[in-house]
Write a protein that binds this ligand. Structure first.
Ligand SMILES: Nc1ncnc2c1ncn2[C@@H]1O[C@H](COP(=O)(O)OP(=O)(O)OP(=O)(O)O)[C@@H](O)[C@H]1O
Length: 306
């Protein structure tokens, strides 16, 4: 299987003796949009600041394209593009000039590349306009173009739809999906709005009080009421994955050393029997709640659903 683009390994952050991030652990794959969902103060921005190298880790590691952010900072961070704080744009300069100005700070960026990133975010026909005339959504897209200039494998966007109107949100969403699907970029987005995340992401990790308490794939199957989400600790993992996929007829996701998939509750014992019968060692079976909304409501409270 392909190596994850980014591995977050038992990451902790303590600020003024207060644990803010308490050992989070998950991986991001190429070409997926991963949503980082949680209420205000959950630790999304802190985690993202560590992922983009703006903040040191207290413990653990982040491995990007095989490079440890702790030991090989430069090698690791060169694969990351991000908008964390508002990107600095000059309103009196055109979109083109803004990108050109920024590209001078990165070695080897050609004018062709600038045109390409503008096309990726649908601004190719507006490059001559002054950024002051851009809508907020266009400015956000210009920020994404800027973050893409050095051809990163992971793009990290903190609350990319914040402050946008519905059409701006739709646009950003479709460009983010396109980047993942067509360019194979892994995109990590954070938000506190579940409905928005469900429309944009392939997987959603829910963070609360500095801990990732659930990671789920977003797909139609999840909405079927008789489906349960099962996490299976089993070896050999890849052989078990094949068998599980054949049994359930769709993909099972590998999360660290476990398999995550949806299955009808009454089918669970049959699957386990089949695995054991085929010499697989099953260490644990966890059945989680079904839909994301149910889970999110459970964790966060009614106010979180918009
Ligand atoms: N520099 C700091 N000093 C002290 N506490 C901090 C610092 N930075 C973050 N925190 C605390 O860490 C917790 C997580 O904050 P963080 O900004 O990461 O949350 P968030 O999920 O991004 O929320 P929001 O959506 O409000 O930005 C909060 O309780 C916050 O008060």
């Amino acid at each position: 299987m392909e190596q994850p683009v980014m591995q977050i390994k038992k990451v902790k952050k303590t600020i003024n003796n207060k644990p803010i991030i308490k050992g989070i652990d998950f991986s991001i794959n190429s070409g997926e949009v991963f949503g980082f969902l949680g209420p205000n103060g959950a630790g999304k921005t802190t985690t993202i600041r560590m992922m983009v190298g703006l903040m040191k880790l207290t413990d653990g590691d982040i491995v990007i394209k095989g490079h440890s952010i702790q030991k090989e900072y430069k090698q690791a961070i060169k694969h990351v593009g991000a908008i964390v704080e508002n990107p600095e744009m000059y309103p009196f300069m055109s979109g083109w000039k803004n990108l050109l100005h920024y590209s001078r700070m990165i070695p080897g960026i050609t004018k062709e590349r600038i045109k390409e990133v503008a096309r990726l975010v649908g601004l190719e026909n507006r490059l001559k306009d002054k950024v002051g005339k851009y809508s907020l959504g266009m400015r956000q897209r210009l920020g994404i173009a800027q973050a893409l200039l050095h051809n990163p494998s992971v793009l990290i966007l903190d609350e990319p739809t914040n402050g946008l109107d519905p059409s701006g949100i739709r646009e950003i969403r479709s460009y983010i999906r396109r980047l993942a699907e067509e360019e194979g970029v892994a995109v990590i987005v954070s938000s506190h709005i579940l409905s928005e995340m469900e429309m944009m992401c392939d997987r959603i990790g829910i963070i609360k009080n500095g801990e990732v308490i659930s990671i789920q794939s977003v797909n139609d199957a999840l909405q079927e009421s008789d489906q349960k989400e099962v996490r299976l600790e089993v070896t050999p993992l890849m052989k078990a994955k094949e068998m599980v996929e054949e049994f359930i007829g769709r993909e099972a996701v590998v999360e660290q050393d476990t398999l995550l998939f949806q299955i009808k509750r009454e089918d669970i014992p049959f699957l386990i029997k089949e695995l054991v019968h085929n010499q697989m060692d099953v260490f644990s079976v966890n059945v989680n709640r079904t839909t994301l909304e149910e889970k999110f409501l459970d964790l966060i409270g009614e106010g979180a659903i918009e």
